[in-house]
Design a protein around this ligand. Structure first.
Ligand code: SF4
Length: 645
């Protein structure tokens, strides 16, 4: 099916971005940024000439408008994929409505993963067969029931009081496993159907990387696609693609997924008033076998390699076979039911899928995958992750789509995209790097104390805590202190909390958004956090005046996926430290430091307590990849700089 083309009169980009242009007349904080205009021209040319483009757009050049305007001018359907839901919503609710003044006829759709949307059928089923727990859930149910009549999207983001981890929502969301598709009586009114229709009629479809790669992986499995046909895709925050693709081209099973199947089977029998002692016995057998199989796993939280699967199978062969048999039994009992509504067929297919996934997980010898398991609370997750996604992406994405544009503030290492291209399988692309719009040499000071021990030494924490205290006194709080490990964060927090009078906020003591809100509104606050705060956080102004990082952010080499990647590169004759670990850490450090300067008025201090940045041979690559901050190794310079902030 050809992608529709809508004739659009194209004003030259200069007349939009240039001095005295449309943006100058309409944007409240307009500044002429030559790099923004140039980036827009590159995006336009890539779209017109149907070729791939990689653009690193330094902070502050206004990259979102630089790609949105050419997209809207193109008259073709284009997908924009962001790393986070936050950016996705910002593009849809802020940037696009602003540009509507210039492009009034443009139609856009926001698409999220299915679990964000309400399943009408499940909501009605729950009413017919109420099994709500407690008054709170009854109350929440009636709020959702009332909202369902007026919402146009069915997106849970509209339900402001719905807790993130709502049990009720997980029973009524539109996830694929429990959906009967066209056989559902609500199919025509279904929020997923309506979202698809809107997307098919739109010029711009805004998704996030999770949805995009879930879709690409579904296509691989020959299921129908979630996204409409498109002529180009733009990935913003493209530095996250490798991780997200790894997740979606992998396979996962867990004790939760087995329990979900058991629970859904019971619920559907109840809702459909089907009596089947055979199915119920199979469900209880499945629960029993699942717990015998998963119980031997240690209770320690974390991610662990599962390369001893053969040994594991030898010891636990009986429990494993019994689990597979329980899944077969459930599938058989479901297929035996005389009355088999679509929901029952669905359950039988899920049982079969889970059995195949278990077999692949425990028995596959595929050397392109790393097998590992993780414990989170009571959940045990088995994962098979592709060690290298470049072949998959080359074939499925870069060879298939006419135009793929990758952009982010952090893609280049040492002035080139070689690392990114290698990891993602990009063969041909135009490449551009646009420096930031900020004057970093005046706005930021990079401080690296040289007197601290190597961060790998046990005495590091104590001395680093002392240094953090001195820095925070100079900055009067107003800082993010970012750590590469939870343990280091807690150790340093325990020391500094007794010595400092500034309000300290610690990751894990409240939800992320609540902590950030408190940070923004509490004078002189200090936030201590780990890697999840390194990305996508935007605090403008003096409230954030320093970012302190404990050590160079090398990925944990014992993490099973990282370890497998290192082993593969070394086995192929490469040097994983130089070719993988260092470039990855460079990008992570650029992200972490990127939190600080968010406008031309911001000034602030960047501190890294790891002298390897200056003393080791690879420190130069880090420094060459960072903007040209003013630099010092003396605390007196920090104090003098902060007196002017
Ligand atoms: S089509 Fe699927 S998601 Fe939509 S209402 Fe029906 S069962 Fe729910």
């Amino acid at each position: 099916m050809p992608v529709k083309v809508q004739a659009v009169e194209k004003p030259p980009l200069e007349r939009i971005f240039g001095p005295g242009g449309w943006l100058a007349r309409h944007h409240p904080r307009y500044e002429y940024r030559p790099a923004q205009l140039e980036m827009a021209e590159e995006v336009q040319s890539a779209l017109e000439n149907r070729r791939h483009l990689i653009v690193e757009a330094g902070t502050g050049i206004g990259k979102t408008l630089a790609y949105l305007v050419p997209v809207l001018l193109s008259g073709r359907r284009i997908v924009i994929s962001t790393g986070t839901k936050n950016l996705q919503e910002q593009v849809f609710f802020k940037d696009l409505p602003f540009l509507k003044k210039l492009f009034p006829r443009v139609r856009a759709t926001l698409m999220k993963g299915r679990q964000n949307y309400l399943c009408r059928q499940k909501l009605y089923d729950l009413e017919r067969q109420p099994s709500l727990e407690g008054l709170e859930e009854v109350d929440l149910y009636s709020q959702i029931r009332e909202w369902e009549c007026r919402t146009e999207t069915g997106d849970r983001a509209e339900l402001q009081h719905l807790p993130d981890t709502s049990q009720l929502w997980s029973r009524i969301d539109a996830r694929r496993e429990a959906c009967t598709g066209q056989k559902c009586p609500e199919f025509e009114r279904c929020f997923i159907t309506l979202m698809h229709q809107r997307a098919f009629e739109s010029d711009v479809v805004i998704v996030n990387h999770h949805l995009f790669f879930a879709d690409l992986a579904l296509k691989q499995m020959e299921f129908s696609s979630l996204l409409p046909e498109y002529s180009a895709v733009i990935f913003d925050e493209a530095h996250e693609i490798e991780d997200v693709a790894t997740q979606y081209f992998g396979l996962q099973i867990s004790n939760y997924r087995l329990e979900e199947l058991a629970r859904d089977t019971e619920a559907i029998l109840r809702w459909k008033a089907l009596e089947s002692p055979g199915v119920l016995a199979a469900v209880s057998e499945l629960r029993h076998r699942a717990s015998l199989f998963f119980d031997p796993f240690p209770s320690k939280e974390g991610r662990f390699s599962f390369d001893n699967r053969q040994e594991f199978l030898e010891t636990h062969r009986a429990a494993y076979s019994a689990l597979l048999n329980a899944l077969v039994r459930l599938e058989t009992e479901l297929s035996r039911l005389k009355e088999r509504p679509e929901e029952i067929n669905n359950l039988a297919s899920r049982a079969a899928e889970l059995r195949q996934a278990c077999e692949m997980m425990l028995e596959s010898r595929d050397r392109n995958y790393v097998f590992w398991w993780e414990r989170r609370g009571r959940g045990i997750f088995f994962e098979a992750s592709p060690i290298d996604v470049s072949d998959i992406l080359r074939e499925r994405l870069f060879h298939t789509a006419e135009c793929v544009i990758l952009t982010s503030a952090t893609l280049a290492v040492g002035g080139t995209f070689d690392f990114l291209k290698r990891r993602l399988g990009v063969e041909h692309a135009k490449e551009r790097i646009f420096a930031s719009h900020f004057d970093y040499s005046r706005q930021a000071l990079l401080y690296t104390p040289l007197h601290l021990p190597d961060p790998r030494q046990p005495e590091f924490s104590l001395q680093a805590a002392e240094e953090v205290i001195q820095i925070l006194k100079a900055t009067r709080g107003r800082a993010f202190v970012l750590f590469t490990s939870h343990q280091q964060m807690r150790e340093i927090y325990e020391i500094i909390r007794r010595r400092l009078r500034y309000p300290l906020l610690l990751q894990g003591t409240a939800p992320r958004t609540a902590l950030l809100d408190r940070f923004r509104t509490t004078p002189n606050a200090v936030l201590l956090a780990t890697s999840s705060f390194w990305q996508g956080v935007d605090v403008q102004g003096q409230q954030l005046s320093a970012v302190i990082i404990d050590r160079l952010p090398f990925a944990v080499p014992t993490d099973p996926v990282v370890a497998a990647r290192i082993a593969q590169i070394n086995a192929d004759g490469g040097n994983a430290f130089v070719g993988y670990q260092i470039p990855n850490a460079v990008i992570a450090l650029k992200q972490g430091f990127g939190r600080l300067i968010r406008s031309r008025q911001d000034r602030g201090l960047l501190a890294i307590l790891d002298h390897r940045l200056v003393r080791k041979f690879y420190g130069k690559l880090f420094l060459d990849s960072l903007p040209d901050y003013a630099r010092t190794t003396r605390l007196e310079d920090v104090r003098a700089f902060m007196r002017e902030c």
